[in-house]
Ligand binder design. Structure first.
Ligand SMILES: NC(=O)c1ccc[n+]([C@@H]2O[C@H](COP(=O)([O-])OP(=O)(O)OC[C@H]3O[C@@H](n4cnc5c(N)ncnc54)[C@H](OP(=O)(O)O)[C@@H]3O)[C@@H](O)[C@H]2O)c1
Length: 248
């Protein structure tokens, strides 16, 4: 029976690329999205063209009930889960003095709370087949100041802390938990940044590796973290930024 991977937010961007790479490597894929149905169906078609199965599930991962029904559907369809990539993200980009409670809650629910409650459900499925891997996608705003990024940065810091806690408590179920944090990547997400041009210019000019991070750089690191070679890496956030965060 084929292995199964869930990638939240795999209708586009980084999540889609991870889903396709996993499909290439033989996984059947659960494609999750919140709003972009057409894009999610396109991802599923590309997965099927690679000869793998794709289950498309619309679920806002900020809503625990939606998380529960998504995992029920995964259990009914595949009866197993081997890899969970916690990629979906959203968030309100505003200066601190303009942040409201609803902005905070929205951002924390989707970016942080979702990892805890998806990981609980994922662990229940993974332990049926003897273990698995969980990788979350984070960003540099978790550890350094980025303009307008307070809510998202703090939500990603919580995600990285939760990664450490999960890695300890899920180890007994043979589940390996880590995160990958990326520098700026030119996806649709960046269009929602009021200072998109400034961010891309900075990444171009100030990345020691000489170019901005590409989606594939994130994909390679995720694939390494779910491989046997990463078995002893636990609770870590691997920074994929070409060295940008080493400079001021
Ligand atoms: N782009 C960057 O510069 C950058 C840098 C570092 C880290 N990252 C991280 O990389 C990950 C992917 O980002 P991206 O740039 O690929 O973003 P993106 O192109 O905006 O894609 C985001 C994906 O998440 C889904 N999504 C959003 N809210 C959701 C929700 N509540 N429930 C389920 N799915 C939801 C979207 O689906 P719908 O369209 O259906 O809502 C979409 O598939 C994120 O965790 C992000 O923080 C991005």
């Amino acid at each position: 029976m084929s292995k199964v991977a869930l990638v939240t937010g795999s209708s586009r961007g980084v999540g889609k690329a991870i889903a396709l790479k996993l499909a290439e490597q033989g996984y059947d894929i659960v494609v999750n999205y919140a709003r972009s149905k057409t894009a999610a169906l396109e991802t599923a078609e590309e997965i099927q063209a690679l000869g793998r199965k794709a289950l498309v599930v619309k679920a806002n991962v900020g809503d625990i009930e939606k998380i529960k029904s998504m995992f029920e559907e995964i259990d009914q369809t595949f009866g197993r889960l081997d890899v969970f990539i916690n990629n979906a993200a959203s968030g309100v980009q505003r200066p601190i003095m303009e942040l409201e409670e609803k902005h905070w809650d929205w951002t924390m629910d989707i970016n942080s709370k979702a990892l805890l409650f998806c990981a609980q459900e994922a662990a229940r499925l993974m332990e049926k087949t003897g273990g698995g891997s969980i990788v979350s996608i984070s960003s540099l705003g978790a550890i350094r100041y980025l303009k307008n990024y307070t809510a998202v940065g703090v939500s990603k810091a919580a995600l990285e802390a939760l990664t450490r806690y999960l890695s300890v408590e899920l180890a007994e179920k043979n589940i390996v938990v880590n995160a990958v944090s990326g520098g700026a990547i030119d996806t649709e997400a960046l269009k929602h940044f009021p200072n998109r041009d400034e961010i891309l210019e900075d990444a171009k000019e100030n990345t020691p590796a000489g170019r901005i991070v590409e989606i594939e750089d994130m994909v390679h690191t995720v694939m390494f973290l779910i491989s046997e070679g990463a078995y002893m890496i636990r609770g870590q956030t691997i920074i994929v930024d070409g060295g940008r965060s080493l400079l001021v």
